[in-house]
Ligand binder design. Structure first.
Ligand code: HEM
Length: 111
């Protein structure tokens, strides 16, 4: 009877170890892909209107402007989110590229 108990205990221990091994799949396997690729059509959906996020492309990089104070509803000094504004920020804006480090990069724009 004592032997049987020890055997049962050993089986239980082995089963527990096996279970612990199975559940240890690395969380990095579920990590998001930070470099999503957008087509111009996909980008146009992120115009900051109707609860959509406000994404803007500059030099092939897609930025998230949703939380920026000066881009409420995806609008900023007559410009709209959901577009490639490379020429506009470089040629027309007074600030140039310096403000882009306030935004998070969410992907790249497909050529
Ligand atoms: C006539 C054109 C534009 C004017 C007059 C203008 C003006 C301004 C001003 C005065 C600021 C605040 C600067 C500061 O806080 O240091 C600003 C911020 C900003 N601008 Fe423009 N801008 C223009 C076009 C653009 C364009 C085309 C883009 C496209 C990428 C852009 C992106 C930004 C961003 C991301 C910020 C930071 C917003 C924030 O921190 O809330 N701007 N702009």
């Amino acid at each position: 009877m004592k032997n049987l108990n020890i055997k049962l205990l050993l089986i239980l221990l082995v089963a527990l170890l096996a279970l612990a091994g199975c559940s240890s799949t690395s969380p990095s396997e579920e990590a998001q892909d930070p470099e999503r690729t957008f087509t111009s059509e996909e980008l146009s959906e992120y115009n900051g209107k109707d609860g959509n996020p406000a994404y803007v492309a500059v030099d092939g990089v897609v930025y998230d402007f949703t939380e920026l104070e000066l881009w409420v509803n995806g609008d900023h000094n007559g410009f709209e989110a959901g577009k490639d504004l490379t020429e506009e920020i470089k040629e027309i804006s007074p600030h140039g590229l310096s403000v882009l480090d306030r935004a998070t990069v969410v992907g790249t724009l497909e050529e």
